[in-house]
Design a protein around this ligand. Structure first.
Ligand code: HEC
Ligand code: HEC
Ligand code: HEC
Ligand code: HEC
Ligand code: HEC
Ligand code: HEC
Ligand code: HEC
Length: 338
């Protein structure tokens, strides 16, 4: 290499260093400027001016956060300042200062937090990041209805409480369309016909990806043996969305520590024959089934249909009826860990 060539190379190197340094400096400067007028500070100052209620400690401009029972930090209250203020429930109070609507119910924000239901990035103080699906630029579909219902499955049996109709519809579609045959949801999750992958492990995918998996399975996996559900779903946008809500719910972590989910588990595991031992399979006692599945399938499951005079003795198969065992495959669509 000649001296002249070397010289131009050195000069090029120096110029690119200078450009890189300038770029870094301007990024740093931008950060300084931005934190100087961080949106949460501006919002808190405005909130204190207009809505301060004079309670001690409430008039400082500080980061406000909940440490939730899922051991997460949610800083959403840094901007959403009036969530628990009954006096700010009116529609005329602008977001993010307005009190939470009735959907919050008896859930305590200091335990449940916000991201358990709304998704988003709990630690973020930038509104765009806080409202987004972690690692992406799109708004988290769990932020609002109807997709927020996927979150209810973290703590509730789908359909157990009001406000989960779409999630429950999705669970029924999952059973009715036969997804369970190839994607079983029992503990372990994998297997079934055709070795469909464990859908509880696919991680949070965008809605487009999930929809493509249903309508055009070979697009995500060339050579996929999964049948297309175009015919069943394309003309049923509401049903499709409910199924997507249910699929979204499968990958969310469960929060048994702060939820009501575990309550019915021991009952589910009990053989039906322990109670249904009377004439025609009738059960004694005052218990009433609340299981939406058993209620809807009661015609098929009623013991008296086949065991006209009392259920057989429970000795041989441990008390498990082949019919109810067959249905038990379906229980895990709503009940965890079966
Ligand atoms: C930096 C301030 C800030 C933070 C942090 C923040 N938000 Fe917001 N949020 C806003 C503002 C401002 C609005 C109203 C304007 C808008 O829709 O963007 C809003 C709107 C919303 C809405 C209503 C959206 C709609 O279209 O009706 C929801 C739901 C919401 N936020 C949830 C959250 C959750 C959950 C978190 C925590 C993960 C959070 N926000 C963190 C400022 C914030
Ligand atoms: C138990 C689940 C749950 C929890 C916990 C929860 N939300 Fe919500 N939130 C909802 C649902 C459901 C809606 C939608 C209501 C509707 O549109 O029918 C909603 C609506 C909202 C809205 C829009 C309100 C409006 O007036 O348009 C905001 C903002 C919001 N939530 C913020 C929060 C923040 C901040 C927290 C944490 C303090 C929180 N939420 C905790 C379930 C929850
Ligand atoms: C982090 C766990 C958690 C999540 C997520 C959650 N819940 Fe709950 N929910 C609870 C707990 C705990 C109770 C208290 C009831 C109990 O003792 O079983 C409850 C009670 C309820 C109740 C009874 C009345 C009331 O308002 O307190 C309703 C209705 C309800 N939840 C609806 C929902 C809906 C709808 C969603 C999804 C948008 C949801 N929950 C998400 C934990 C949760
Ligand atoms: C005949 C068996 C079969 C049926 C029925 C079936 N699937 Fe699949 N599914 C598969 C297989 C196999 C794959 C993996 C594709 C591959 O690797 O070839 C897959 C892949 C998927 C994926 C993508 C998983 C990932 O890792 O990205 C989703 C989501 C999915 N299926 C959902 C469903 C839903 C929802 C239904 C019911 C509407 C359903 N499947 C019915 C066999 C099936
Ligand atoms: C803890 C006791 C208990 C267990 C366990 C139990 N049941 Fe029941 N079941 C009852 C009672 C009580 C009734 C209402 C009285 C009756 O119809 O005999 C009932 C009613 C029913 C009915 C009739 C509902 C109707 O509206 O016609 C069906 C079907 C049924 N049970 C199915 C099952 C199945 C399937 C299992 C096992 C997965 C099961 N039960 C486990 C106590 C139980
Ligand atoms: C479509 C969703 C769904 C499916 C599938 C499902 N369950 Fe349930 N199950 C529920 C709901 C909702 C409740 C009410 C929970 C509550 O109120 O706390 C429930 C409650 C129960 C209870 C508690 C007693 C009662 O009736 O309240 C038992 C036992 C039970 N289910 C058994 C089963 C069995 C066994 C299967 C499979 C054969 C099954 N469930 C499938 C939704 C479902
Ligand atoms: C569609 C028909 C059908 C219905 C409905 C049905 N069973 Fe069965 N059940 C069978 C058959 C078939 C067998 C096996 C025949 C045998 O071994 O005598 C069986 C066997 C059993 C056994 C003996 C299992 C063993 O240990 O050998 C029990 C216990 C039992 N059923 C309980 C129930 C109960 C409780 C219900 C109602 C919740 C019920 N069955 C509903 C068809 C049915």
């Amino acid at each position: 290499m000649s001296d002249r060539e070397l010289d131009t190379q050195h000069r090029l190197l120096r110029v690119s260093f200078l450009v890189a340094a300038c770029a870094l400096l301007s990024v740093l400067l931008l950060i300084v400027i931005r934190t100087g007028q961080a949106p949460w500070r501006i919002l808190q100052e405005r909130f204190l001016e207009q809505y301060a209620d004079g309670e001690a400690g409430d008039d400082d401009v500080v980061i406000r956060q909940h440490f939730t029972c899922a051991r997460k930090v949610d800083r959403c209250p840094s901007c959403h300042l009036g969530m628990e203020r009954k006096d700010l429930a009116d529609e005329s109070v602008p977001l993010p200062f307005r009190a939470h609507g009735p959907a919050l119910g008896g859930h305590r924000p200091d335990r449940v937090g916000c991201t358990a239901c709304h998704g988003g990035v709990g630690r973020a103080l930038d509104p765009l990041i806080a409202h987004s699906l972690a690692g992406r630029e799109t708004t988290d579909p769990l932020m609002g209805q109807p997709h927020i219902q996927a979150s209810c499955a973290r703590c509730h049996v789908p359909g157990a409480q009001a406000g989960q109709d779409r999630l429950e519809q999705g669970a029924w579609l999952y059973l009715g369309l036969g997804c369970m045959l190839c994607h079983p949801l029992h503990e372990g999750g994998r297997g079934g016909l055709d070795f469909g992958p464990d859908l509880t492990m696919i991680g949070r995918k965008g809605l487009d990806y999930l929809k493509t998996s249903l309508i055009e399975p070979t697009e995500n996996f060339p050579g996929s043996t999964m049948p297309s559900f175009r015919l069943s779903l394309e003309k049923e946008p509401e049903a499709t969305e409910s199924l997507l809500i249910y699929l979204e719910s499968l990958v969310l972590d469960r929060h048994p520590g702060c939820g009501a989910r575990e309550k019915s588990r021991s009952l589910v595991l009990r053989p039906c024959g322990t109670c249904h031992a009377g004439e025609g399979g009738r059960a004694g006692g005052r218990m009433e089934h609340r299981c939406t599945y058993i209620l809807r399938k009661s015609g098929e499951l009623r013991c008296g249909n086949c065991h006209a005079s009392g259920t057989p003795k429970a000795a041989r198969g441990g008390g498990y009826c082949p019919l109810t065992m067959q249905h038990r495959e379906s229980c895990s669509a709503c009940h965890d860990g079966i």
